[in-house]
Design a protein around this ligand. Structure first.
Ligand code: AMP
Ligand code: MG
Length: 400
């Protein structure tokens, strides 16, 4: 058996980075920058007011109660007046409007009193610069705003828009072909013949892949026949960046994925020292990684989370491709016996009034019992041994 950490390293290190592509910024959310981004513009592009109020010459307000002549009004989007204001004058100004020439501060409207006849009394005194947002205060022309490797979150996307970076070099979404193996699997919604079950894994894994940032190419069910599977895998390798399979990797006579990969791919078949999801096959067909997940639905899910998702995220440029991991309190403990394996116990994790994360195992932990696992939002990583006593701490992988 190979340890979880070693197996993850083998898989993640073997998966090649995708070739970066120039991408319209509107399509780039969730992607990782391949190059740094420097600002081609100042943000804000001009000095403007931080408040609604009166643009003034600050020295005019050196004593509270100054009365100034209101000589104009400036809304956001308006061009500043051609002539500067002079001492004794003010312009009514809205948030985001350009600071007019001659003015160097803004008095908030809350600190003013309109006297009529276009005269305003200012009850506050301000210094030069008060409530003025200088040009380049957020981003300066030429600044490197984002380093290569930055994840383009929605706020990052907002900054790209603010500096007019309309195209960026980023790692693309991995195109992932997914297929299920198993003669017993049915997808058409019809009645089940004896021995048949309904296909579950592809249905579950396709949206998980999408949520991980991949483009999913579902193939459906491939029969447990080596020639058919070999054709399907070869075809998939031509049009995808990675292939995810479910089923056919354990010790049975019909474990065709293992057999075919052993023949046509550079394959690494693993027995990982974990429960569930012990069998895992990893291979390369013409440089395209094949991630062979086990068939039991819970094992498939756990194996996806531990191996496939991080491998694919690494291909898409994520420096840390793993889910976040935190120490949580196992209120009732987690019972287990020593068996040489790390157990990935499906748990419900919630924040308690103490501000800490607390975990409780879901009611059924069999690798075929997806209904119970479906309600879990985390995996407690319980090392080999006698488990966690009630109230003990356990390292927990957050799945959401
Ligand atoms: P296998 O890994 O192919 O030996 O399958 C292990 C168990 O998982 C068997 O009980 C299969 O019927 C079941 N199984 C395999 N693939 C799927 C699937 N796509 N959906 C639901 N169950 C599956
Ligand atoms: Mg099978």
């Amino acid at each position: 058996m190979i340890s979880l950490v070693d197996a993850q390293r083998v898989v993640i290190d073997a998966c090649p980075l995708l070739e970066p592509v120039t991408t319209a910024f509107t399509d780039a959310v969730g992607l990782v920058l391949a190059d740094e981004v420097a600002a081609g513009e100042d943000v804000p592009p001009f000095a403007n007011s931080a408040v609604d109020g009166y643009a003034v010459v600050a020295s005019d307000t050196s004593v509270p109660g100054a009365e100034l002549a209101v000589v104009g009004e400036l809304a956001a989007g308006a061009a500043p007046p051609a002539l500067p204001i002079s001492t004794g004058q003010t312009i009514r100004i809205m948030t985001g409007a350009p600071i007019p020439g001659g003015a160097d501060a803004v008095v908030m409207v809350e600190d003013s009193e309109l006297l009529g006849g276009d005269v305003v009394r200012l009850t506050a005194t301000v210094q030069a610069g008060t409530s003025v947002r200088a040009a380049g205060d957020d981003v300066r022309l030429g600044d490197v705003v984002f380093a290569a490797g930055t994840v383009i979150t929605p706020p990052v996307l907002g900054v790209l828009a603010s500096i007019n970076a309309r195209a960026v070099r980023a790692f693309p979404r991995a195109r992932v072909t997914i297929l299920s193996t198993g003669d017993e699997l049915v997808t058409d919604g019809g009645p089940l013949a004896p021995g048949q079950i309904r296909e579950t894994n592809q249905t579950m894994l396709a949206p998980l892949l999408e949520a991980a940032g991949c483009i999913v190419q579902p193939v459906g069910v491939v029969r447990d026949d080596e020639a058919t599977l070999e054709r399907a895998l070869s075809l998939a390798a031509e049009g995808s960046d990675a292939i995810v399979t479910s089923g056919g990797v354990s010790m049975g006579d019909y474990d065709v994925v293992k057999a075919v990969l052993g023949r046509i791919a550079e394959m690494r078949w693993m027995q990982v020292a974990i429960k569930p999801a012990k069998p895992f096959a990893f291979g390369m067909i013409d440089g395209v990684p094949v991630l062979g997940l086990p068939g039991n639905p819970v094992s498939s899910l756990v194996s996806f989370e531990l191996f496939a998702r991080p491998a694919l995220r690494r291909m898409m440029g994520h420096a840390d491709p793993h889910r976040p991991r935190v120490l949580a309190i196992a209120d009732d403990g987690v019972r287990r016996r020593p068996d040489g394996k790390v157990h990935l116990v499906r748990v419900v994790a919630t924040f308690g009034d103490d501000g800490r994360l607390h975990v409780v195992p879901v009611s059924a932990q069999g690798s075929h019992q997806l209904a119970a696992t479906a309600l879990a939002n985390a995996l407690a990583v319980v090392d080999d041994g006698d488990g966690i006593p009630p109230g003990g701490e356990v390292s927990t992988i957050l799945l959401t």
